[in-house]
Design a protein around this ligand. Structure first.
Ligand code: BDR
Ligand code: CA
Length: 313
């Protein structure tokens, strides 16, 4: 069983990933931590609690960061055209959710949980890297106790999605991401290079809905705005960014990877750009030197990812 803490900003594709982690038979979802991103922190936390309640997910939810790691960075923008004003496609959510969040901030929840299960916990982060950066700030020794960190974020050999250089999760907090990539833990990055290839068509989703399950119906309702947004970009269907990162945990064989230290551009016109220096490539001394090699995913078998999601859901 893979013990997982899911760090997320629900978020429509986050919602699918949450259901995947909950239902996959080899995954033990032991915590959900929230971060700002697709919506403000109060909303992403409310959504995590609401989905947890609607889908009977026993994992506790701890609220995380509501702003960037470096407070000097300006305010955030909310991608309402993609995720709606309420973060889950403007499907009505009850104002009050009866579940409540864990009293600890997300970084403390992660520290305590990893220390309780040294070497066993995988962190899957599919929003801004702020909570993970706060873990490193408050308890740097925890890095050595984490099994691996799987991240949805970045764009390496292709354009970003919020600028030609940057992907949203990294662009939303570049300083945090740079800390996370250069820390002494094992990181695997599932970026746009592969997630943009994993498109779930509306027919595929409709087939799952036809199974008659209420949880899939809610997921499908939530997803309609997102599918509309992606129409002009990928044709019919939704890009399942966050689920793709979760699938890496159980089916790494579906991905090609490349190893090398990763840095993030912090500021300027390429703010939030992720750059990997491939291992074995000779360059003059530079900002990559002295940092650990991490894995990025460079290619994927999309059909394998989609069938893994369907089988779990
Ligand atoms: C990432 O940004 C968010 O909008 C999605 O939930 C995903 O984590 C894709 O760039
Ligand atoms: Ca996300």
């Amino acid at each position: 069983m893979h013990k997982v803490i899911f760090d997320t900003d629900p978020g429509i594709d986050d919602a699918m990933a949450l259901l995947f982690l909950h239902r996959h038979p080899e995954i033990d979802l032991i915590g959900v931590t929230t971060v700002f991103g697709n919506a403000p922190i109060e909303i992403t936390t409310r959504n995590a609690l609401y989905l947890g309640e609607a889908w009977n997910i026993p994992a506790p939810v701890a609220q995380g960061a509501g702003h960037t790691f470096d407070p000097a960075r300006g305010g955030s923008y909310w991608p309402t055209a993609i995720h709606g004003h309420n973060g889950i496609g403007d499907v009505p959510v009850p104002e009050a959710v009866s579940r409540t969040a864990d009293p600890r901030p997300a970084y403390q929840f992660i520290i305590d949980t990893v220390r309780a299960h040294p070497g066993e916990v995988t962190l899957i982060a599919v929003g801004r890297m702020t909570n993970l950066a706060l873990v490193l700030k408050h308890d740097p020794d925890v890095a050595a106790l984490v099994k691996q960190v799987i991240i949805m974020g970045g764009a390496f050999d292709i354009n970003g999605n919020v600028s030609p250089a940057a992907e949203a999760n990294i662009h939303g907090d570049p300083e945090a991401a740079d800390l996370v990539f250069t820390a002494p833990w094992r990181v695997v990055v599932v970026g746009l290079d592969v997630t943009m290839q994993t498109v779930m068509t509306s027919g595929f989703l409709a087939e799952m809905v036809a199974g008659g399950r209420a949880d899939i119906k809610l997921l499908s309702d939530i997803s309609q705005l997102y599918i509309d947004f992606y129409k002009s970009r990928v044709g019919d269907g939704m890009v399942v960014h966050d689920s793709c990162a979760c699938v890496y945990l159980v089916r790494p064989d579906l991905f090609k990877t490349r190893s090398g230290p990763i840095r993030v551009v912090c500021g300027g016109i390429a703010d939030g750009q992720t750059i990997q220096k491939p291992d074995g490539r000779g360059f003059p001394p530079g900002p990559w030197d002295g940092h650990p090699s991490q894995l990025i995913t460079t290619d994927v078998q999309p059909d394998g990812v989609l069938s893994t999601i369907r089988a779990a859901l």
